[in-house]
Design a protein around this ligand. Structure first.
Ligand code: V1P
Ligand code: CA
Ligand code: ZN
Length: 406
């Protein structure tokens, strides 16, 4: 497309494998990999592939995943499927990782916090191993592009799974691709700054580097009691006083910005830009990893913030202005149409095309417009819902911007 141009002065790579989008966590599970289908179609619909080098991701190897994760956990993840879960769970080397059952647990948990019960945060589903090793492979390929100086910015929207621990899945995250990426970066870069704008605390990444002064973790997240029963917003960590392991050399190399629900664009921008700039000035990173969880948008099914796509994207634009090797990852995001809008817009920002995206998709780039016309949706947009302002799109009255941007 003539309107979409390659960025001047920097190279952007985009890492993806369409196999990921066919995965299903389960009917009622909020994590919907098909949000990546919507994202891909918007990115392609605008012709943003002409502004980047696009790479089809291949699966990460077990040895690569063992750089952070427990070898038993890696074996379990690579072998498990709904049919094999029970049998594998009984094997002694895996069974020892099964937590004791508490009577208030609503789901039966197997080893490593995995489960086949409906309603589990980390279910075992068909094709799960393929999914996990592919999103990890995409992040590692993106990392490789940066460390070899083949790209200045590398993007993987299927990555950013910040809750996974060394030998435990948590909060929809199984393999911590972020930790693996940063470990790889530390071979090349003196200091890595990790920034996390997902509405949840980036606990897995923080924990992994709590003793590491060469990695600063900075998470912005919803924090604090949210109802009368005293329930904490998941995962319940990330207090202001949480600054890295006290007494270790990593103390003061973790930063947390706990935020109440309902924060709006202006307030978030103020916090984000001031704190992030201070962190960059003080820490002087050699590279930055930015987790762009889109559950911090208004109207998210799980999130409680009130950001518009524009403000979410301004975080990416701000970090980009540091002109350091930048890895851009996805994460949460549970209102699929808004996730796609945000990540497409941010792909455009990364490639300098953020200001020129037209309101309507360029028609000549659409793959099969007739298919949409047949279903009565032939109104000039690839996904009709994207062209309509729905009252539930965003809690902010200002949500018209989402429509204007894309
Ligand atoms: O609140 C919990 C756990 C389950 N209880 C034992 C406490 N889990 C949350 C997990 C949220 C994970 C967010 C991941 C990310 O940061 C990165 C990808 O975005 C949870 C919620 C919730 N409302 O917070 N799980 C579920 N909802 C859930 C609902 C239906 C089916 C399965 C899980
Ligand atoms: Ca966060
Ligand atoms: Zn999240």
């Amino acid at each position: 497309d003539k309107g979409i141009t390659r960025p001047r002065g920097h190279k952007v790579s985009f890492h993806y494998n369409s196999q990921i989008e066919d995965m299903h966590f389960g009917k009622t599970h909020p994590m919907k990999p098909w949000r990546l289908t919507l994202t891909k179609h918007l990115v392609l619909g605008y012709g943003l592939q002409f502004a980047m080098d696009t790479y089809q991701a291949v699966a990460a190897g077990k040895d690569q995943v063992r750089a952070f994760h427990d070898p038993d956990y890696v074996d379990f993840l690579s072998e498990v499927a709904p049919e094999t879960f029970e049998g594998l769970s009984r094997m002694p080397r895996f069974a020892k990782h099964t937590p004791a059952k508490h009577e208030y647990d609503s789901v039966d948990l197997g080893p490593f916090n995995l489960s086949t019960s409906p309603g589990a945060d980390c279910p075992v589903f068909d094709g799960m191993s393929t999914y996990l090793f592919l999103y990890t492979g995409a992040t590692l390929a993106a990392t490789h592009q940066l460390t070899t100086q083949n790209s200045d910015i590398a993007i993987n929207w299927s990555g950013g799974l910040h809750h996974a621990h060394k030998s435990e899945a948590s909060g929809f995250c199984y393999i911590n691709d972020i930790v693996l990426s940063i470990l790889d970066m530390l071979r090349v870069y003196a200091r890595v700054l990790y920034i996390d704008i997902d509405v949840h605390h980036g606990d897995g990444v923080e924990e992994a580097f709590q003793r590491q002064p060469r990695v600063m973790t900075l998470s912005y997240h919803r924090y604090g009691p949210y109802d009368d029963t005293g329930h904490k917003f998941f995962p319940g960590t990330g207090d202001l006083g949480d600054i890295g392991l006290r007494g270790s050399v990593g103390e003061h190399f973790a930063l947390n910005v706990p935020i109440p629900s309902g924060i709006d664009d202006r307030q978030y921008k103020y916090l984000f830009e001031n704190i992030t700039q201070r962190a960059i000035d003080a820490f002087k990173p050699s590279a930055i990893v930015l987790q762009c969880g889109a559950d911090s948008l208004g109207g998210d099914r799980l999130g409680q913030f009130n950001l518009n796509v524009k403000a979410h994207g301004e975080c990416v634009a701000f970090v980009k202005r540091a002109r350091l090797p930048l890895l851009i990852l996805g994460g949460g995001g549970y209102t699929a149409r808004n996730v796609a809008r945000a990540w497409c817009y941010e792909t455009a920002i990364a490639s300098d095309n953020g200001a020129t995206l037209p309101a309507a998709l360029p028609m000549h780039l659409l793959p099969r417009p007739a298919a949409f016309t047949k279903r009565g949706h032939g109104n000039g947009t690839l996904f009709p819902t994207f062209a309509r302002s729905h009252p539930n799109d965003c809690r902010d009255a200002d949500n018209e911007y989402m429509v204007k941007v894309l």
